[in-house]
Design a protein around this ligand. Structure first.
Ligand code: IVH
Length: 669
């Protein structure tokens, strides 16, 4: 490779890796397997080594990912939270062992553990009580998810026994066992909600929820695999795990203490074959040096320990013939390519269809007609195509191209800058978009109108409804006589529509199906603005003032109200008597107006009040809560260990930082 093509490749890899990092850590919706990611990263590392003149501090090789999400306090880890080096072959494992042998010239014992496919967590215990739970974040600072983690039943809130250190951190993995995951997804799909792609995504999404009551309903579990003690009280890792077990922690089942590389291979082979029988997902095996003295001698590289390594399983793959590609149009108009495949058994099910994600993905695969493709099921519900078996291709078959026009309505597709998906812009004329919007509108968490998808399709086909507001014009006479509609079912439908007029405003707002406005965001917007009219008038600046609302959501809200058609429908819904403002108008139910026009940022830990209680007090006295400090913030209500970033910003902007006692003075009668 010459210099200039190396430069090009480096830049391309960096772009791709940044994008996949974001998909993985921020969106919790990865498009490629860890294996593919690691391959790209390795290629980049190699090139950067060879061509140091193209080095860049912001290269994906120079940082570990971050899962930090706005809306959580961040705290430093007392001991940095590193990750593990990955290997995929025996040779690499042998190299790992050889490196250890160079430093340690006595016998080395290894502990083989399963590599849980979940989300890493660090728990801090003080005098035997759980005081904090942090995600890995960037390894130095993590998000404080204590409230959510407290709901995980297998995590002890209080330890048993007495011989635990007065203060220590312990690391492990939060995960969602398969049975619970499947049940949860089934229920979600019945309710018309989006299903999670795999247990890891479900775990990551759940841990970052703002409502721990919902978290408590989710079937999370946690295995602790390393006590991060500042003083060495144990001789071996194995011994420390057993102590952790005695203190009440759930420690990894199926760990083996072995004395040779051969035994490590045997452990790997065993679990590579049996992983499907475990009640949770694993993505490999972790091999750790058992002696803590030896661990200390071996030490760390910049990012990973030298005494442990992860052997990752390749996702389960199969190859099969591509029969064709369908293009599906969703509620938002996004077009998803889906491959039809010759049925092939894979990891316990028969695969007939696989997602191709988007046009870029198709181009990257260089998919041709009649190709033999590799499908992979990395725990994902929907299998994906990860490659083409080019050796089986004969001649130069025609490429499969992404369509240019909507398969449903013929409108030319558009692709917004910075987005991977193509959209059909004909929101109000494209049948599946219309039907799915109405289906979303009536779903249980929205207007809860009791009708099946097939009913909506029928009403639409008969020309009776083409938008949510039309539902409120439906009369008994219109429905009776339609296919499958008898007296009783017609009455029920009309009654259910009638009842939905009482559904409170936040749910109506959610029902409108504004892009990125899910249930939680709808609640926040409804609470902040109080009515659809005030929300419609809101500017970008006002919208981003609302806790958890960033520019992406704000932009989507604004463009929704910019569309005259949407306003027409809202007008008709208003006519129909729907709840388009919050019941509790501005000052009803307020304890006082002492905090009127004031905005508060609550930060840190409080001993006498929960943050939710404090937030409620702010609202009860007419104030507003926001998530981040800006020049418009009136006060910062600070507890113990408030976020250092917030404090810096507050000082820079000269915003008063007050204690709970000061706050109580403010609202005192
Ligand atoms: S030990 C110093 N043990 O894998 C690193 N990690 O790629 C200590 N993981 O971030 C990690 N199972 O989230 C360890 N038995 C196990 C594990 C495990 C899963 C995860 C963990 C870590 C990642 C490393």
């Amino acid at each position: 490779m010459d210099r200039s093509s190396a430069k090009e490749r480096i830049e391309q890899l960096r772009r791709e890796l940044h994008r996949h990092n974001h998909l993985y850590y921020v969106e919790a919706a990865p498009e490629i397997s860890d294996f593919e990611f690691d391959l790209m990263l390795q290629e980049l590392e190699g090139l950067e080594k060879k061509y140091p003149e193209f080095s860049d501090d912001n290269s994906p090789t120079k940082r570990v990912g971050s899962d930090i999400v706005e809306g959580f306090e961040q705290h430093p880890h007392e001991i940095p939270m590193l990750s593990l080096g990955n290997t995929y072959s025996r040779e690499e494992l042998a190299d790992f062992e050889a490196r250890i042998r160079k430093t340690i010239d006595e016998g080395v014992e290894y502990v083989c553990e399963l590599k849980y496919d979940g989300v890493a967590i660090s728990l801090t215990y003080e005098n035997g009580s759980l005081v904090r739970a942090l995600t890995r974040g960037d390894g130095v600072v993590g998000d404080d998810v204590t409230t959510n983690v407290r709901t995980i039943r297998s995590i002890p809130l209080k330890l048993t026994g007495h011989d635990y250190p007065p203060r220590f951190e312990i690391r492990g993995e939060v995960l969602m066992p398969l049975e619970g995951f499947r049940k949860m997804n089934e229920a979600r799909s019945k309710r018309g909600e989006q299903v999670f792609a795999n247990p890891r995504n479900a775990t990551a999404g759940t841990l970052k929820m703002q409502n721990s009551a919902v978290v408590a309903q989710r079937p999370l579990d946690c295995y602790l695999y390393a006590a991060a003690l500042k003083e060495q009280v144990f001789e071996t890792h194995f011994e420390s795990l057993n102590a952790c077990k005695a203190w009440g922690f759930k420690i990894p089942p199926y760990s083996n203490l072995v004395g040779s590389l051969e035994e490590v291979y045997a452990y790997i082979d065993h679990w590579a074959g049996k992983r499907g029988e475990l009640p949770f997902e694993i993505d490999g095996v972790v091999v750790k040096v058992n002696s803590l003295d030896q661990q200390r001698i071996l030490g760390f590289t910049a990012k990973t320990p030298r005494w442990a390594i992860a052997y990752k399983f390749k996702a389960q793959q199969a190859s099969t013939k591509l029969l064709g590609v369908d293009f599906q149009v969703g509620r938002t108009g996004a077009v998803t390519p889906v491959a039809n495949l010759a049925p092939v058994p894979l990891a316990g099910t028969t695969v007939k269809r696989a997602s191709l994600h988007n046009a870029d993905q198709m181009r990257m695969l260089d998919l041709r007609e009649e190709d033999v493709v590799f499908v992979e099921k990395g725990g994902d519900i929907i299998p994906k195509i990860v490659g083409v078996d080019k050796a089986q291709r004969t001649g130069d078959p025609p490429a499969i191209r992404f369509i240019r026009h909507c398969p449903e309505c013929g409108t030319e597709l558009v692709r917004l800058p910075g987005e991977a998906a193509h959209y059909c812009p004909n929101a109000y004329g494209c049948p599946p978009q219309i039907r799915e919007r109405i289906e979303h509108f009536i779903s249980r968490k929205a207007m809860n109108i009791n009708a099946a998808g097939a009913t909506i399709a029928l009403l639409y086909k008969e020309g009776l409804v083409s938008n949510p507001a039309d539902l409120y014009q439906l009369q008994y006479e219109d429905i009776i006589g339609l296919e499958r509609f008898a007296e009783k079912s017609s009455q029920n439908l009309v009654a259910s529509i009638q009842e939905s007029r009482e559904v409170p405003f936040p749910r109506v707002l959610y029902a409108l199906g504004i892009r990125y406005v899910g249930e939680t965001v709808a609640k926040k917007l409804a609470q902040y603005f109080g009515s659809i009219h005030r929300l419609r008038e809101a500017s970008m600046e006002e919208l981003v003032e609302v806790e958890e609302i960033g520019e992406r959501i704000a932009g989507s809200v604004i463009s929704f109200f910019d569309d005259p058609k949407n306003n027409e429908i809202i007008g008709a819904l208003e006519q129909a008597g729907l709840q388009l403002e919050s019941e509790q108008t501005a000052d009803e139910g307020l304890a006082s107006e002492k905090l009127k026009d004031m905005t508060f940022v609550i930060s840190g830990k409080f001993s006498d009040y929960s943050r939710d209680e404090l937030k409620e007090l702010v609202e009860k006295h007419g104030g507003k809560n926001v998530g981040s400090v800006s020049s418009k913030t009136s006060y910062i209500l600070a507890g113990k260990n408030m976020g250092p970033e917030k404090l810096k910003k507050a000082e820079a902007l000269g915003i008063p930082v007050i204690s709970v006692e000061d706050f109580m003075e403010l609202i005192k009668d």
